[in-house]
Design a protein around this ligand. Structure first.
Ligand code: 5RP
Length: 232
């Protein structure tokens, strides 16, 4: 895996934010996996925390490692969420959803006292948009929704968006944990991410989009020999 050490070091640094008794949102993806593994090591050594997984993959991983989990319906407060990102800019605005978990990730991040992003340096960008923006849509009417998503991105200043339905082998659309499809929106550059977020949120059939604006307040970038932590 590329940037393995950097991802692992970012995850290790996020352990500084963990305190006994916390309820913790557990992110999805290869970087978040390192965090779940570090957390499980501490739990085995006596740390008491409860986890709230952002995907079925993470639920299975955390369960297999002995982390106590809370069903989302039983959660009163999430003290901390630690999750990866596909892109992060210098205002801690994110693109997420490369692992198709954006809906649960955003619900859990938005319900958290603190969202900390852990990432390797390849995720740092000046302007969001090189990574195709994931947009989760209902299967019903998804071809119509895709056209509206195109219009919404154009209205938000994206010059030539291209939209693909995310598929697996056999060309079948992938289905998210929430039973939806994912549109990958190739934008190159998203000149005004908050504007794009507002336009996308207004499209009928869009369940959630992968622009995380104003949610992350701590960004941890891992390096080969450590990590840097930034507060926003
Ligand atoms: C999943 C996500 C991931 O956090 C994002 O794709 C980053 O993954 P990785 O740490 O494997 O690069 O948003 O939906």
């Amino acid at each position: 895996m590329a940037y393995e050490k950097e991802k692992e070091n970012a995850a290790a640094a996020a352990m500084e934010l963990v305190e006994d008794g916390m309820t913790i949102g557990l992110g999805t993806g290869s970087t978040a996996k390192f965090f779940v593994e570090y957390l499980a090591e501490e739990v085995a050594d006596g740390l008491v925390v409860k986890g709230v997984p952002t995907s079925e993959d993470t639920r299975r991983l955390a369960e297999s490692l002995g982390i106590q989990l809370l069903p989302i319906e039983h959660v009163d407060r999430i003290h901390l969420t630690v999750d990866g990102a596909d892109e992060v800019d210098d205002r801690a605005q994110l693109i997420k959803g490369g692992g198709a978990a954006l809906l649960r990730e955003k619900i859990i991040a938005s319900a958290s006292d603190l969202m900390a992003v852990i990432a390797d340096p390849s995720k740092e960008v000046e302007v969001l948009g090189a990574f195709p923006l994931p947009v989760e849509v209902t299967p019903f009417g998804y071809t119509i929704t895709a056209k509206k998503v195109f219009d919404a991105l154009k209205a938000a200043g994206v010059s030539r968006p291209r939209i693909d339905v995310r598929t697996r082998s056999g060309n079948k659309p992938i289905v998210t944990d929430g039973g939806n499809y994912v549109l990958d929106c190739h934008c190159s550059v998203i000149p005004d991410a908050p504007k794009a977020a507002a336009h996308l949120a207004a499209v009928p059939g869009v369940v959630e989009h992968g622009l995380f604006i104003g949610l992350a307040r701590t960004v941890i970038i891992g390096h080969e020999d450590g990590a840097s932590m930034f507060e926003y």
